[in-house]
Design a protein around this ligand. Sequence first.
Ligand code: BGC
Length: 421
Amino acid sequence: MLNGEKLLACMETFAVGKKELQEIAAAFRYDMECALQGKEFSSLRLFPSFLPLPTGKEQGKYAALDFGGTSIKASLLELDGKGGCQVKKSCSRLLHDGEGYDYSGGETTAEELFDFLAAIIAELLEGNQQEQVLLGHTFSYAVEQKDCTDGRLLRWAKEIAVKGVEGELVNELLTKALRRAGYENVKPCVILNDTVAALLAAAYGQPETKIASIYATGFNICCFEPQPGEQPPQIINLEAGNFLKLAPNKYDNLVDEHSEQPGRQRLEKMVSGRYLGELYLEALTDILGFRPKRKISSEDLAAIIETGGQEILAAAAGQNLTAEEYDGLQKLAAAVVRRSARLVAASYAGVLWHLGGKGKVQPQNIAIDGSVYEKMPLIEVNLQMALKEILGEEAEGITLSLVKGGSAAGAAIAAAMTRAE
Ligand code: BGC
């Protein structure tokens, strides 16, 4: 049933060689440095967080709201002032449950979305409208800020299309919703990107960490960066998913065309969990010669790589396939995932080259939070291999470490930092 030659040609379009990786890393560094100097022709636009690294001594009880993926989570946390953070309680809800409700689409208003967020916080606080609560808000989209207390949403990503939020102050919308729900006592005192939260969470216990990344539904990187003149260094959100000096194949272009924001987040659409299954589906459509009825998620992709995913593939093809065909489609899944890791490694290398300046790449720990990094097979090993191809022996000093729950911990640490200021 499958055309073997077509399958091979399709897989070939997901290959990224060593030379191309090095060129992408160099282009990423170039765009990052242009953006830092305020030059307009960079594909990256950087977003200052107005937050330095934590001292590790921040302490106290805080609330955190994590809004950025498919699940929204509110938590109560306690920081011990010695690099330790304990989650006391948390409540989470899906942004859309697949059947009943959906707070992600263009029919939802800003008020409806923020009332939904306030209701999750209300559930967390169990009706306590007396005790003063400082809340850190990890909001994982491109936000323009003048200080760390609030920021305007520049644009949605990850297929969110709620009207009336772009251009607005996000913590102000949240505060109004909390007031409508009767929670005068909750103060959203800081807003931060999830990459920034991951870096704060990692650096709280490991102060030498200067780079963090989210590799999940979305993709992004932040780093701790010296500032010109007398200004103190601060963490900068690179919005790395918007990088576009890449060579997309025809499947990437189809995924982009069908997305909410064509032309934007081109790197993210080639690497992150929100899109990997769709990319595979576009490739499968081409090979089969018709569009499968069954959608493919990134979890399906993981299953195909790990176990062969014969049920998933038979449902997509509408019939059982031969062992050879299943094998070919498993290799295709691996090729999509391998490319994701290699492109991500190239963007990490661009940041490492930037931090190394004119000298060698310095030993660094990159703190990574996210389901693709944590759970997708083949990612870790391909990240390591690609870093070695790009950086040679300088890759030896680079460690990758998993931060779990960084969005909530980072929000609490940021809330504590604003209190200390
Ligand atoms: C957003 C980033 C975020 C990343 C990971 C992207 O779509 O633009 O702000 O850090 O997803 O959640």
